[in-house]
Structures are given as structure tokens and as C-alpha cells.
Unconditional design. Structure first.
Length: 231
């Protein structure tokens, strides 16, 4: 099995070297970049994880993460923010952008290694976009979502979903094993629309479950937390 490839992005060169040394000791292949701008020039779609500082030069780590989440080739790459910005609001912003974990500086190397292992274990079970007839798809068993044609099929039979149901399904399938709060779903699916009630999300999830048949059972509710898709 090939090594996991990890990119460390931090404007502190000494910190990059410390993390690179310890990650390589764990058997990972490690790249480093001293700015978000430099990182964006690299071949990012082959990465398995990005460890990203927040406060860097003109383009912050938050800004870079937003760019990555909008690009089809990098949208599902796990991101761990590793930063001195440790306020609760900063952590919430980082996680809402789509980070998989958030570590506040100063940290122990042992903690970072444990967080890396945890995120990589979770990412192994996530449905990934693949190429099928030159079209980007997300597949879970016989459930297939075509991102370009905006089509959902089960065993080759098309399932009629509304636009919001389709977008929620894509979000859940791209984060298998992760519970997403209603707030996270709102921001990712409804974006800048003015008023969205929690009940609106619940109704869309309920309809989608029915349409997906047995795969609807994989969409779980964690009371007080949100929704997720489990294997």
C-alpha cells in the first residue's frame, strides 16, 4: 500500500521541519510550504491530508481552505488547522469552513500525530469522487451520485431528488462517519439564503430517506447534534 501523502503549510519554517521529521518517522510522505500561496502551486489532488496554519501572509489558512473546498479536485481532502488562534469563535469558523480537526498552539507533537491518525482513519471510510466515463461521481455501494449531471441512481435506476435533497446527499456522502450540525448543513447547502428553519432541513432529510429506500437507513440522526451518513 502506498504511503499517505501529507502537506504541512506554516510560515514558521522550524515548525514545518519538526512536523515533517515526526510525520516521516511515522511512515508518511511529507511536503511542506511556507505560505498558502506556495501551497496552492503544488499538485494538491494527490494529497491525503493537509495540516494548515491560519495566520500566514496575505492569504490566511481559512482563505486557502475555502479555495480548496470550492475546487472539485481538492474538495474532499481532509484538513487539520494547527494555529495559535484558539478562541472558540475561531474554532467554529474553521470547522464550518470544512476542517476535519482544529489544534491550538502550543501543542505536543504526540497530540498532532494522534489527530493525524484519527483523521486519516476517518477519511479511509469516506466516499470519494472518482472518474467514471470522464464524469465525477460519488459512489456508496450501488448508490451513485453524478456531480456533473446532477443525477442520483440506485442499481442504475434514477432517483428523483430536489436540488436541496441532492446537495444534502452529496454533503453527507462526502463526510461518511461524520455528524454535521444543522448550522453546517445550512451554510453548505443554503449558503446566503436569508431564512432557513431547522424544520426545513428535517423535512428535506425525511423526504430523502424515503426516496433512497434501504440507503435511507444509512442517514442517521444524532439528537442535539445533527445528521450523518454511516456505513
Amino acid at each position: 500500500m502506498s504511503k499517505y501523502r501529507i502537506l504541512v503549510v506554516d510560515d514558521e519554517e522550524s515548525l514545518c521541519e519538526i512536523l515533517k521529521f515526526n510525520l516521516e518517522r511515522e511512515g508518511y510522505e511529507v511536503l511542506t510550504a511556507l505560505s498558502a500561496e506556495e501551497a496552492l502551486t503544488l499538485d494538491l489532488d494527490k494529497l491525503d491530508l493537509i495540516i494548515l496554519d491560519v495566520m500566514m501572509g496575505e492569504l490566511s489558512g481559512f482563505g486557502m481552505a475555502k479555495i480548496l473546498r470550492k475546487r472539485r479536485d481538492t474538495a474532499t481532502i481532509p484538513i487539520i488547522f494547527c494555529t495559535a488562534r484558539d478562541a472558540e469563535a475561531d474554532k467554529i469558523e474553521g470547522l464550518d469552513i470544512g476542517a476535519d480537526d482544529y489544534i491550538a498552539k502550543p501543542f505536543s507533537v504526540a497530540e498532532v500525530m494522534a489527530r493525524v491518525r484519527s483523521v486519516l482513519r476517518r477519511s479511509q471510510h469516506q466516499a470519494k469522487p472518482t472518474t467514471e466515463d470522464s464524469e465525477s461521481v460519488i459512489r456508496f455501494e450501488e448508490l451513485v451520485v453524478n456531480l456533473l449531471k446532477k443525477r442520483c441512481t440506485i442499481s442504475g435506476e434514477e432517483i428523483s431528488l430536489t436540488r436541496k435533497e441532492f446537495d444534502i446527499l452529496v454533503l453527507l456522502l462526502s463526510n461518511i462517519g461524520t455528524i454535521l450540525s444543522r448550522e453546517q448543513i445550512m451554510k453548505r447547502v443554503w449558503s446566503d439564503e436569508v431564512v432557513v428553519l431547522d424544520r426545513t432541513i428535517d423535512v428535506n432529510i425525511t423526504r430523502m430517506r424515503k426516496k433512497l429506500g434501504k440507503y435511507g437507513n444509512h442517514i442517521i440522526t444524532r439528537t442535539g447534534y445533527g445528521y450523518g451518513f454511516e456505513e
